[in-house]
Write a protein that binds this ligand. Structure first.
Ligand code: DQA
Length: 145
């Protein structure tokens, strides 16, 4: 099974960015940890991060026929992007939403998730481990559907 792990804006600044909220692990360490964690689950991963909404839409479209699932943290675009929601629906690839922080306990503007409306699994507030938990849940979802 092969998953695309997509990250949105400012995730490249992990480790530097608001460490009290997002932790001290940087993006390269995230890739290393999630790659290993997924390997242990028998899941192959490929990573892509962009600060640009259209680039994320392109990556979702290009995943068609290449990946069995998408693990996505759309970051701030979670709360604004109907284009990402539509792209996930358009390709129909099973997707899991991840948020490092517990968005449910944060500002009102973070309470809506458009991308999440196209996702079968949601892992929120579990830090970097959340990506591995999401991959596991997504694999279980795919195997049972
Ligand atoms: C985030 C939460 C979003 O609200 C925020 O804009 C992010 C990161 C998270 O992983 O906790 O950039 O998706």
């Amino acid at each position: 099974m092969k998953f695309l792990v997509l990250n949105g804006p400012n995730i490249n600044l992990l480790g530097v960015r608001e460490p009290d909220i997002y932790g001290r692990m940087d993006y390269n360490a995230l890739i290393e940890k999630v790659t290993k964690g997924c390997e242990d689950l028998g899941i192959e991963t490929e990573f892509y991060q962009s600060n640009h909404e259209g680039a994320l839409v392109d990556a979702i479209q290009q995943a068609l026929g290449k990946f069995d699932g998408i693990v996505i943290n759309p970051a701030a675009y979670t709360h604004t992007s109907i284009a990402i929601l539509d792209a996930l629906k358009a390709v129909g690839i099973p997707a899991a939403e991840v948020h490092i922080s517990d968005v449910t306990q944060r500002e009102n503007f973070r309470q809506i998730s458009y991308a999440g409306m196209a996702c079968c699994c949601h892992v929120i507030g579990k830090g970097i481990d959340g990506y591995i938990i999401a991959a596991k849940q997504l694999r279980e979802y795919i195997e049972s559907h």
